[in-house]
Design a protein around this ligand. Structure first.
Ligand SMILES: *Cc1c(COP(=O)(O)O)cnc(C)c1O
Length: 390
């Protein structure tokens, strides 16, 4: 049967290599996965207890309105229920926003080396992706993005702008002043939606960072994605939230599947939201691990990109795939990011401290085995060739 070129161009998602597969392939007993920015602490104990209790109800369909969850979030975040939507991970929300607002041939706008889910969802909806170059410090350039939109929005039919802050896989954040300028330039327009994705918000330490949380409902074309996958340690449950004007939520609720969020995820999120102790412990552990990684990578003379997430991306100075594979053989899974145009970099998530130490130890051993190659680093702003998200 005939299939459209946009669908044929899609590359299947390549997730971080699973632990079980790595054990099997390399005959290993212990494998440490620092490849998917997961929370090494597991889910909050409060979430686990709530889920245990809810197991016996799983012969029932979940609440399609997520009523209890939305009420709880509305109360804790002080945001009206009509401004909250729940998705099967932020991933689903990204996908649905594109399907709501874009027709085939329209475009979304983002940055090079921005989170790959935007591009994947766009492709599946036959929507084009425009990307502005990264800055030389690997940061996202909102000024260039706003200028690009103003110049090309009519010809390219740009409907959505995706801004991950902090970004994955670079870990860079966008300072408050640049966000304010961007919103004052494009905020309030009725021909484009500004989508801020703050998956790593809780991990940011930099004083120049500020969430757009307070501005979302004051600006009629601004929406915010938050996820339970990272600081809440609930990646497997699949739950993301959309904070947006009620018109957007209303459309979102029309296009989503009625049972897009399963019962255990709803129950777990309600319990997790009040576990401030867990969030604080996640932050403490993440910061301790990041500080350790920065010091150790510096000692190993590997340049790293300053990160405000729960991961760090560094330059191996070698063919990153060779380093990745040598680490796999030692039971350490990191993440190659070739699909973002980085051929010598690896992304490393923060784990438990003994996992972080084991990763650095293995990395040091592997670097000695693999000779440094005189790679020409990918210049920021060069076109991305390979597909597939991180
Ligand atoms: C991990 C991540 C998410 C979360 O995606 P989920 O589908 O909620 O698991 C969203 N945005 C970015 C930039 C991420 O890195």
């Amino acid at each position: 049967m005939k299939v459209s070129q946009e669908i044929l161009n899609l590359v299947p998602y390549r997730p971080g290599k699973p632990i079980s597969e790595t054990k099997r392939e390399f005959g290993l007993d212990r494998v440490i996965k620092l490849a998917s920015n997961e929370n090494p602490l597991g889910p909050s104990p409060l979430a686990l207890a709530a889920v245990q209790k809810a197991l016996q109800n799983q012969h029932r369909y979940p609440d399609p309105t997520c009523y209890d969850l939305i009420s709880t979030l509305s109360d804790r975040w002080r945001i009206p229920s009509k401004n909250l939507g729940i998705g099967n991970g932020s991933d689903e929300i990204i996908d649905l926003l594109i399907r709501i607002y874009c027709e085939p041939g329209d475009s979304i706008l983002t940055s090079q080396a921005a989170f790959a889910a935007y591009e994947v969802s766009a492709g599946a909806a036959r929507v084009k992706v425009a990307k502005v170059p990264l800055r030389s410090d690997y940061g996202i350039d909102l000024q260039v993005m706003a200028d690009y939109f103003l110049k090309n929005s009519t010809t390219q039919r740009i409907r959505l702008i995706f801004v991950p802050n902090p970004n994955n896989p670079t870990g860079r954040f966008i300072p408050r002043v640049e966000i304010e300028k961007f919103i004052s330039t494009l905020g309030g327009r009725d021909d484009v939606l500004l989508v801020f994705d703050e998956a790593y918000n809780e991990f940011v330490r930099h004083p120049d960072y500020e969430s757009v949380f307070k501005q979302v409902l004051l600006t009629n074309n601004l929406v915010l994605l938050k996820t339970f996958s990272k600081s809440f340690g609930m990646a497997g449950f699949r739950l993301g939230t959309l904070i947006a004007p009620s018109e957007v939520i209303e459309l979102f609720n029309r296009v989503r599947k009625p049972f897009n969020v399963n019962d255990l995820a709803q129950v777990a999120a309600i319990a997790a939201i009040d576990d401030q102790k867990f969030i604080q412990e996640s932050q403490r552990l993440t910061w301790e691990g990041l500080d350790f990684f920065m010091a150790e990578l510096t000692r190993l003379q590997l340049p790293w990109i300053p990160s405000e997430g729960n991961f760090i991306t560094f330059d191996t100075g070698r063919d990153a795939l060779k380093v990745y594979e040598a680490l796999l053989r030692r039971g350490i899974i990191l993440r190659p990011i070739l699909n973002y145009g980085f051929k010598t970099h690896l992304r490393m998530s923060v784990g438990l401290m003994d996992e972080n130490r084991a990763a650095i130890q293995a990395l040091e051993a592997v670097l000695e085995q693999i000779p440094q190659e005189s790679f020409i680093p990918v210049p920021a702003g060069s076109p991305q060739t390979e597909g597939g998200p991180g």
